[in-house]
Design a protein around this ligand. Structure first.
Ligand code: GDP
Ligand code: MG
Length: 597
């Protein structure tokens, strides 16, 4: 296929505006799958994605489209996640394409992540093709949405196609617009190979699979390749494309997106953003690559069963291969033993990784309280980044602590603005701007990340009945009056539950956590004291009364099988508990303790 007949595009949108549904319709329209194979959402293939109805991983499909001009085009489509926590996935997809298909829900209009995604696409020099989705809904206002796209997003929208990804209305109009308005890729098939390593993952049958975008040159089965950053070399066993099933091809030329399978053993050889070239005839220089992702939330992950430590290390390595925005390093905890300190792009990201570890790798884990990264300046002049509240030294050794701030954009219908402004000021927010788009307000705030990371998004959604949208960027560090709050269970500090908070919020948070733990820790045969303390000063306390009788006493009449079942259930529950001195704390307590309601 000549380059003039290739189009590479990402589908971008605010969450729930219909990206994945549209991707399915495009696949169907191009006949890539039979009606029988089109079940559910094709691209959200991970079990977790289907359950939660969100896209976590970007996905790629090659489509063949016979256009009205009589030529047959190859369309490479990349579906992308919409949630802020997965922005890094989006940026990588964008780097592999020349254009973006912008989906806007015509019943909702432009949202915070519509804007954030468009800005990213513009940064990547993309041509943008807007479409107005969900016009089948009675509440759809395509004309108003068209105007919003022009005024707020700042791109022309008079030709934007009105579609329904649900009913399939006007899908051909989308395909024609893509062929007409997107630029074809450029590149020389004879040049030295430059292939961008966009993504990689672990397939239990084939081993490591690498997703590449060929920028220059041609890659064939049997070629010896070299990763320019890591220097590793491999022989290519197979190259292929996703249709959407993995389909081998003889070669991948410039402008094409496809996969490589090369019996890669060392996961560390595959760095997302690296350039792959030929070993014998290397490219003079690598491609620009990606900005490294910087984790904003850290927590400890420990195996419930200490024997699972090596398995956890191996599983984290495999997940990291599939998710370059996830970081991990070894750590030890007095209470929890050997484990890993892990970095994430947000709390949803953390939850998803934890779930994947338990489902895909069958690991039982305990997660410690999440924390943002603080900068700690000691009185001796040294500075360190504090990822773990348990590592905070005595305050007499600390000259000052700085905490990360973000700049957040929140879009919300007028009637909920009051509630949003209250929430932001409760969280120490500073208003920077307030403007209107029709009857919707766009508030720009600076907020400490610490106040946002745990439950801000959930609170915002519930206060606005789901109508607010939210996006943020990091915005530097500032000195702050922060203290570490330790949690003591029967007077023993539990390092994994300690956290950092602003002094003004310390008492309230300390009380809230003690109350929460009182609910979460099951009664035991003795009284349990729960305390929150700053240094040696106790700021809150709760007591859990002792269990009066043997639980099995509930089973009247000596029903042996019921009794056995109950005991088994307890044993099952125990696997997810941790022993602190004499007290058992369920794993759910560690994360739940920090979510305020
Ligand atoms: P994504 O988050 O952008 O990938 O959005 P999805 O494709 O998962 O769609 C979100 C929800 O909107 C799903 O419940 C879809 O069934 C629904 N949806 C998508 N397109 C349309 C449409 O054209 N009309 C209507 N009525 N619903 C749609
Ligand atoms: Mg989706």
């Amino acid at each position: 296929t000549p380059l003039s007949q290739i189009r590479n595009f990402s589908i971008i949108a605010h969450i729930d505006h219909g990206k994945s549904t549209l991707a399915d319709r495009l696949i169907e329209a191009c006949g890539a799958l039979t009606a029988r194979e089109m079940k559910g959402q094709v691209l959200d293939s991970m079990e977790l994605e289907q359950e939660r109805g969100i896209t976590i991983k970007a996905q790629t499909v090659r489509l063949t489209y016979p256009a009205k001009d009589g030529k047959t085009y190859i369309l490479n489509l990349m579906d992308t996640p919409g949630h802020v926590d997965f922005a890094y996935e989006v940026s990588r997809s964008l780097a592999a394409c020349e254009g973006s298909l912008l989906v806007v829900d015509a019943s909702q209009g432009v949202e915070a992540q519509t804007l954030a995604n468009v800005y990213q696409a513009i940064d990547a020099n993309h041509e943008i093709v807007p479409v107005l989705n969900k016009v089948d809904l009675p509440a759809a206002e395509p004309e108003k949405t068209r105007q919003q796209i022009e005024e707020v997003v700042g791109i022309p929208a008079d030709e934007a196609v009105e579609i329904s990804a649900k009913t399939g209305l006007n899908i051909e109009g989308v395909l024609e617009a893509l062929v007409r308005d997107l630029p074809p890729p450029e590149g020389d098939p004879q040049a030295p190979l430059q292939a961008l390593l966009v993504d990689s993952w672990y397939d239990s049958y084939l081993g490591v699979i690498i997703l590449v975008r060929i920028k220059e040159g041609t890659l064939r089965t049997g070629d010896k390749i070299r990763m320019m950053e890591t220097g590793a070399t491999y022989n290519v066993d197979q190259v292929g494309v996703f249709q959407p099933k993995m389909t081998p091809v003889k070669a991948l030329g410039p402008g094409e997106i496809g996969y490589i399978n090369a019996a890669i053993k060392a996961v560390a050889d595959c760095n997302v953003g690296d350039t792959i070239t030929h070993d014998q005839r290397p490219a003079p220089a690598p491609l620009p690559g990606f900005k490294p992702s910087i984790p904003v939330v850290w927590c400890g992950l420990f195996p419930v069963d200490a024997d699972d430590f090596e398995k956890l290390r191996d599983s984290l390595g495999k997940l990291r291969l599939n998710d370059a925005s996830f970081h991990f390093e070894m750590e030890t905890s007095a209470a929890l033993g050997f484990g890993f300190r892990c970095g994430f792009l947000g709390l949803l990201h953390l939850e998803i990784i934890q779930e994947r570890l338990s489902r895909e790798f069958n690991l039982d884990l305990i997660a410690t309280a999440p924390s943002v990264v603080y900068k700690l300046y000691r009185t001796d002049g040294s500075m360190e980044e504090l990822h773990n509240p348990a590592d905070m030294p005595d305050l007499s050794l600390v000259e000052r602590i700085e905490e990360p701030w973000i700049k957040a954009s929140i879009m919300v219908p007028d009637e909920y603005l009051g509630a949003v402004l209250t929430l932001c000021s409760e969280r120490r927010g500073v208003q920077l701007d307030l403007t209107y788009v029709g009857n919707r307000a766009m508030a720009v705030y600076r907020l400490p990340l610490n106040e946002v990371v745990f439950d801000f998004y959930d609170r915002l959604k519930s206060l606005t009945r789901g109508y607010a949208s939210f996006d943020y960027q990091m915005d530097g560090y500032e000195e702050s009056d922060l203290v570490r709050i330790s949690i003591l269970v029967n007077h023993e500090p539990v390092d994994a539950l300690s956290f950092v908070a602003h002094r003004s919020a310390a008492d309230a948070r300390g009380r809230a956590i003690c109350a929460k733990l009182k609910e979460l820790i099951p009664r035991q045969l003795f009284k349990i004291a729960i305390q929150a303390a700053i240094g040696s000063k106790v700021i809150a306390r709760e007591t859990i009364g002792a269990l009066s009788k043997d639980v099995t006493a509930k089973c009247y009449g000596g029903d042996i099988s019921r009794k056995r079942k109950l005991l088994e259930k307890q044993k099952e529950g125990k696997k997810r508990m941790r022993q602190f001195g004499k007290v058992e704390i369920p794993q759910s307590a560690f994360l739940a303790a920090l979510k305020m309601d």
